[in-house]
Design a protein around this ligand. Structure first.
Ligand code: FER
Length: 570
């Protein structure tokens, strides 16, 4: 269906002039512009912004439009399925599914005896969702029994942008031979987002069933026809008077991205349509500063040893679990500390802490360090929120302190966080990245070396870092070491609110002469804002007077640093 264009460019210009805000230079320049010619072109090329369903109902076997009922649809599991007038692709009703506990939950309908196994049909379903990620992958699926098994065959799949109706359609879908108990349903690929379906149609094979075409944003293309021309000027002018009915249209008209559609946007669209300009100015407001926590930091925290009783047994003990897992460096062991009263229904921050050279995964919870006792007391006394602490190892196979980050990414994090309850909603890359501000990594000596390497290579996984008595081993000079970290941060595209570093050592530690120059080289860099008040900055170096290279001291650095983690940028 095509629409005739009734408004002319000249009319659009005069409307602007009437508005009184139009630059005066236009009279001459419009002389060689030919609105008539342009309008002939527009009349040929402008489709309706939302294609209407063809009224070829003769070919339809059913057409569920959810105008006031569920049309025989229900849920596959315990999700809620109900007709809704909050959104509709056509008419005023649709079917809404919410409370989905799995991606395969969704609205389902069984097909009647008019559908036969071995026959081919045309199926179409329109889908829309309003929350969560910018787009989502949906499937329109057929469930049936055959050969003693239940099968799930995809009729059609599509990635649909948030807030837009999109179609899942297949005009030649064959119901497999021998299929019985046949149903059709809509689902997502992985998300549990709530969604709407509308105008579900089945028809004779080959029937072209029209459906929703999601619009894509192009600044100035107010009518979503793929070009910026006189019709957009006319629609924009209407929008100024009557306001746009939906957000995407307003965004397309707000060509300077000021977040408001105003007369200057109309002028800019006009200039563009006339060929006077080829781009729009960017007046996007600067983003407001990210919220900061109200945690009471000390801005220059100094060394304090944990109280003596923190080193002994605690009446509220957590549990240290021995775990074995397969890794790129062979079969390995690590330990997982879960806090007193660990509840797998809750989410916990997680801290991975690495031993030093000549040590192993037993060291940190072993008799030399007994960090679990300190953690127990800190959590019991409210110094620390209950959290999970993991002691992996860089021993084994081809593993080293410098390349442990590979195993950390490939095996350690997915294994541990698939088994214990952290903020990671999934252990794929997206789930780990989304929870990175709830994940910390630290280590002593060679474990400190591994910490800088994890920082350089796993910024997408970890938000908080605690290098203890170890420096970075990429770079010959302090400047090169600092720069290699800075480059990784730039490459990750992070801001200084996205990562926090609490480094520590003793003034008499053998590593102090290595770390101190690196810290000094980092301080002036734009990526680092030096303070232990992480509501204001992101980098601190605690130096304990007189202390040497020994876990007996270093465990107290953990006591000082760990309460400062996990408050920012949640
Ligand atoms: C340092 C980083 C690591 C350092 C020493 C180590 C002397 C490790 C030493 C070892 O495990 O023997 O900056 O400084």
């Amino acid at each position: 269906m095509k629409k005739m264009v009734s408004i002319t460019t000249a009319a659009a210009i005069s409307a602007l002039s009437v508005a009184g805000c139009f630059p005066t230079v236009y009279a001459e320049e419009t002389a060689d512009y030919q609105p008539e010619t342009a309008n002939v072109l527009f009349a040929e090329s402008i489709p309706d912004s939302i294609p209407l369903l063809d009224d070829e109902s003769a070919d339809y076997i059913f057409h569920d439009s959810f105008e006031g009922g569920e049309n025989g649809w229900g849920g596959r599991a315990s999700e809620t399925v109900a007709s809704s007038t909050k959104a509709a692709y056509q008419g005023s009703g649709s079917l809404y599914v919410s409370g989905r506990s799995d991606s395969w939950n969704g609205p389902i309908k069984s097909l009647g005896s008019e559908f036969a196994a071995g026959e081919t049909y045309s199926f179409s379903c329109n889908v829309m969702y309003e929350t969560g990620s910018a787009d989502d992958l949906f499937h329109f699926t057929m469930q049936y029994d055959a050969g003693g098994e239940t099968h799930y065959d995809k009729i059609a799949s599509a990635t649909i942008p948030k807030g837009e109706w999109g179609q899942l359609a297949n005009k030649e879908f064959k119901i497999p031979d021998g299929a019985e108990n046949i149903s059709i349903y809509a689902e997502t690929d992985t998300s549990k987002v709530s969604f709407y379906i509308d105008e579900v149609i089945a028809a004779k094979a080959g029937t072209e069933i029209k459906g929703a075409v999601p619009r894509t944003l192009l600044l100035g293309d107010v009518n979503f026809d793929g070009q910026i021309d006189a019709l957009d000027v006319a629609m924009a002018r209407d929008g100024l008077i009557n306001e746009f009915s939906d957000k995407l249209t307003k965004s397309a008209a707000d060509v300077d991205k000021s977040t408001e559609f105003e007369i200057n946007d109309l002028v800019l669209i006009q200039e563009f349509a006339l060929g006077k300009t080829t781009e729009f100015p960017d007046n996007a407001p600067e983003l407001p500063p990210e919220p900061v926590s109200t945690f009471e930091y000390n801005s220059a925290v100094s060394y304090h040893a944990a109280p003596n009783d923190y080193l002994g047994n605690c009446s509220q003990k957590g549990t240290v679990h021995k775990e074995t897992y397969n890794s790129i460096n062979g079969n390995k062991t690590l330990y997982v500390y879960t806090p007193y009263n660990y509840d797998p229904e809750k989410k916990y921050n997680i801290f991975y802490i690495m031993h030093g050279g000549g040590e192993n995964e037993n060291t940190v919870f072993g008799t030399d360090v007994e960090l679990d006792n300190i953690l127990d007391h800190m959590i019991m006394n409210g110094d620390l929120e209950p959290m999970i602490v993991v002691t992996p190892t860089f021993n084994g196979g081809n593993c080293s302190a410098q390349n442990f980050y590979q195993e950390f990414r490939a095996n350690v994090v997915p294994f541990v966080e698939g088994k214990y309850s952290t903020y990671a909603e999934s252990t794929d890359a997206a789930g780990i990245e989304a929870s990175r501000m709830h994940r910390a990594y630290g280590g002593f000596s060679m474990g400190g070396v591994s910490t800088w390497a994890v920082m350089q290579n796993c910024l997408d996984m970890v938000g908080y870092f605690m290098p203890l008595s170890g420096d970075h081993w990429d770079g010959n000079s302090a400047q090169e070491k600092a720069q290699s970290i800075g480059n990784a941060i730039n490459k990750a595209g992070l801001t200084p609110r996205d990562y926090f570093i609490f480094a520590a050592t003793g003034s008499d530690d053998i590593a102090y002469p290595n770390i101190s120059p690196q810290v000094e080289a980092m301080k002036p860099m734009s990526q680092f804002v030096y303070t232990s008040d992480f509501s204001q900055g992101n980098f601190y170096f605690l130096v304990a007077p007189g202390l040497t290279h020994w876990w007996g001291y270093v465990r107290h650095y953990v006591y000082d640093a760990l309460p400062y983690f996990f408050h920012e940028n949640q």
